[in-house]
Design a protein around this ligand. Sequence first.
Ligand code: GSH
Length: 96
Amino acid sequence: MAEAEATPARPRLYSYWRSSCSHRVRIALNLKGVEYEYKAVNLLKGEQSDPEFVKLNPMKFVPALVDDDEVIGDSYAIALASIEILAFVVPIWPTT
Ligand SMILES: N[C@@H](CCC(=O)N[C@@H](CS)C(=O)NCC(=O)O)C(=O)O
């Protein structure tokens, strides 16, 4: 009997709906078809200072993308990583 294939863990995106930096990342990830788990960090409630979040991103900013034990804590870096590092199907930039 074939072993069940393990579902690869999706990256977790720590984000806040009013954050323009987070908008940028959500647009990039969605354009690239990257499935991710959305984790809301309510900046108005100060959740960026929660010790658990600070362990992930000591800069206390959203967005932060967590994939396994790697954390990218800057929206431009996440957008670039989504283009260059992860295996994507749809190119984000025009090719011609
Ligand atoms: N250069 C960073 C800036 C991130 C940033 O400024 N995030 C804001 C929301 S757009 C934030 O988390 N602010 C939390 C705070 O000011 O306490 C990026 O582009 O990701």
